[in-house]
Design a protein around this ligand. Structure first.
Ligand code: GLN
Length: 488
């Protein structure tokens, strides 16, 4: 059995059936990372081997005595470096947090560990999750495993590349405006952004608190559902965390049946600026859904053109406030130069933050300042409410929406940061989902002529993760069967 054919659910079954030990699994994963990561650059740090082996033994004992039975027991998981891990550096890929070792773990990490999963290491990302290519990381370049001259996407590029390269089977990312879905699309893996409030944000270093959600990245839909199931749940430590009306048994939704489902494609998402190869892949996916018994049609989703400006105003405004805490006093980097407190703040922040983060802090401070607050920030909030309403109306007619995850496939390394505005505009298909707090998955639906993966999104109304998972699972099964037939 090679690593490539293994899923996380198979791996944990083999562990439970004693076909392999947790120790072996950990060793194999570390070896994978060692051989592959020099050329991929997905990890910023890896948990020390002795620590992992001690944990592996403890988990093994619990599996053997029957106290740990879940589908994640013994499975290594990579974690994005903006999610706090006790005793393990958490940097947000920023110089300002280069030396930060959290004294506590994020609730999502605690849940992972309670399920018997092991945090194998921390993955590279755009600095403070601001970016679309992982190139704003202060520390290293991450390459797209499908073509190393191309970016893995961002900001959860490290997590998605680690899964795509087969270094790990599961990873956690975070999605504020597309940062799980877009790199999943670029790397050809599956990533899900949950309904806002489903996964606790406690211990997720905030970028834009009203938009941020932690979510799973995996090689297939069932693994993704299992990882989501492990990390989701109400958390009293996060005031925005929710008690979901339908519970969190997402794996139950892996049922191959979309008969009678109504799927809408927002017309605006297939227009101008969309790479024709991406459009064709989305239209082919629509045909696949039709052949599986779903009804698919296009419709007008109003206000899509306002999503980018509203998102960048709100996200930057929140970021400027959230990032005010990095001042060199409490934790993280402090500039050794400078006389007096004010000078120390100034130098620390000038030296500690990279250009993209500074740009957002400046934009955010500007739109929140007296005189501009009403004109920009308040207007953006009103637009956000209208966008939410237009989704609500859409979900009166449709079970799910089908859309591209990004207008193009992965660009080459080194071209995106030259034109930040163009990069922002690329987020057109993802950001409105965060503005409305909705769940959405990105799954592979083909490749372009350069063999770079294309991802499609399935967007649901709030709490409709199970519908999304069912449709994505059905599509994946059908696409898998089609691929097998082609090979035969
Ligand atoms: N590309 C978007 C941004 O730079 C999304 C980032 C994210 O979801 N963290 O804000």
């Amino acid at each position: 059995m090679t690593r490539k054919t293994t899923t996380a659910l198979d791996l944990s079954r083999e562990i439970r059936e004693k076909k392999r030990s947790v120790r072996e699994t950990v060793r194999e994963t570390l070896k994978n990372i060692k051989t592959l990561d020099d050329s991929i650059g997905a990890f910023l740090s890896v948990t020390p081997e002795e620590e992992l082996l001690a944990k592996a033994d403890a988990i093994q004992r619990q599996i053997d005595d029957g106290s740990l039975t879940g589908p994640l027991a013994g499975v290594p998981v990579a974690v994005k470096d903006n999610i706090c891990t006790k005793g393990l550096a958490t940097t947000c890929a920023s110089r300002i947090l280069e030396n930060f070792v959290p004294p506590y773990s994020a609730s999502a990490v605690e849940r992972l560990e309670a399920a018997g999963a092991l945090v194998i290491g921390k993955t590279n990302m755009d600095e403070f999750a601001m970016g679309s290519t992982t190139e704003t990381s202060a520390f290293k370049v991450t390459r797209n495993p499908r073509n190393p001259e191309h970016v893995p996407g961002g900001s959860s590029g490290g997590s998605c590349a680690a899964v795509a390269a087969g270094e790990v089977l599961l990873a956690l990312g975070s999605d504020t405006g597309g940062s799980i879905r877009q790199p999943s699309a670029f790397c050809g893996v599956t990533g899900l952004k949950p309904t806002y409030g489903t996964v606790s944000r406690y211990g997720l270093i905030a970028y834009a608190s009203s938009l941020d959600q932690i979510g799973p990245v995996a090689g297939n839909v069932a693994d993704c559902a299992a990882l989501l199931e492990a990390v989701a749940g109400h958390d009293p430590k996060d005031a925005t965390s929710l008690q979901r009306p339908d519970g969190t048994s997402f794996t139950e939704a892996c049922v191959p049946d979309v008969r009678g489902m109504k799927i809408g494609i927002p017309k605006a998402y297939l227009q101008e600026g969309l790479d024709p190869e991406v459009r064709d892949a989305i239209l082919r996916a629509a045909d696949t859904f039709r052949s599986l018994g779903a009804e698919v049609e296009s419709f007008d989703l109003p206000l899509t053109e306002y999503a980018i400006p509203a998102y960048y105003l709100i996200a930057s405004a929140e970021a400027s406030s959230n990032l005010a805490r990095f001042d060199g006093v409490k934790y993280g980097y402090r500039s050794p130069e400078g006389e007096g407190l004010h000078e120390m703040y100034k130098r620390t922040r000038s030296e500690g933050f990279g250009p993209e983060v500074k740009r957002r802090i400046m934009l955010g401070s500007f739109v929140l300042s007296a005189g501009y607050y009403d004109a920009y920030y308040l207007k953006a909030l009103r637009t956000r409410a209208l966008i939410r309403e237009s989704y609500t109306r859409a979900f009166q007619s449709y079970d799910l929406l089908l859309a591209p995850a990004y207008p193009t496939t992965a660009p080459k390394l080194g071209v995106s940061l030259e034109d930040p505005l163009k990069m922002y505009l690329g987020d057109i298909h993802t950001v409105s989902v965060n503005l409305a707090g909705l769940p959405a998955i990105s799954i592979p639906c083909g490749c372009d002529s350069q063999r770079l993966p294309i991802g499609m999104q399935l967007i649901g109304d709030a709490f409709m993760e199970k519908k999304i998972i069912r449709a994505a699972y059905t599509f994946e099964q059908a696409a898998g069967i089609a691929a097998e037939r082609k090979e035969a």
